[in-house]
Write a protein that binds this ligand. Sequence first.
Ligand code: GLY
Length: 314
Amino acid sequence: MTTTVNVGLGARSYDIVIGAGLIDQADRSIAPLLAGRRPIIITDDQVAATQLPRLERALGADCQAIILPAGEATKSWQQLERLTDALLNLGVERSDKLIALGGGVIGDLVGFAASILKRGCGFIQVPTTLLAMVDSSVGGKTAINVRAGKNLIGSFHQPSLVVIDPSVLATLPDRQMRAGYAEIVKYGLINDAAFFAWCESHAAKLLARDPDALATAIAHSVRTKAEIVAADERETKDQRALLNLGHTFGHALEADTGFSETLLHGEAVAAGMALAFGFSAATGRCATDDANRVTQHLDAIGLPASLAAAHVTG
Ligand code: GLY
């Protein structure tokens, strides 16, 4: 079954399609948007080993693949230059739609490259991590990291389509599943107590990759995000800022741990949300019981919910 969620942004509206096996059917969803141009897929060396052959098979023999190193360090000036040089060498035109096959790093980098290449070409997101599926592939935030901090150079550039195939999660490491789950819980915590309660009772199933639990959580998350993005695309009206719950603390924790594997982005967001709720409770903005409930849930599923658990030293 395929679920479709539309991000309503006028002329820049696009669909998010969700369904197991959609990568194998990219000839139906992605190919029509390429208008006969050859598919150009950008991915990383880990995803290339598992998912690239599926997408290439579906899209046909003339695919071009650009494979970048996996990891946060790829969101850099150096890799942006490498990528844009490679794309220019391939003769990319403004009418092309680059295909970003990967997690948040690939999606953010390819989206940024697409926003500046020849003053802007199109791109399609095919997220392969839970975190990218429920957050970074939707909404058009693109960026690289620079010396002064994370995501400080970037653009708003909406994709033309997001293809979410939860079957790719079968090979995603458990730690990455948990990190992505932090962004799912976030949707419950920002404005949806019933969904947070659902998370409390379904987290174990979801993390065990139960197809129904995953389908429910992914669809709910992208629907919520699509509504917020449609209402406040550029974060100028205080609505999209809700999606940054835990991120201010989280980015500081990531900086302290050197944007490294020590603390994945989703783990930093989990710890950041626990700290944000703790701060709110300490300053009388929420009930201590609510803050404790958040910490207990994150802790119970193995996400860091304190500075110590986030390996922060200072
Ligand atoms: N990840 C937060 C946002 O897309 O606004």
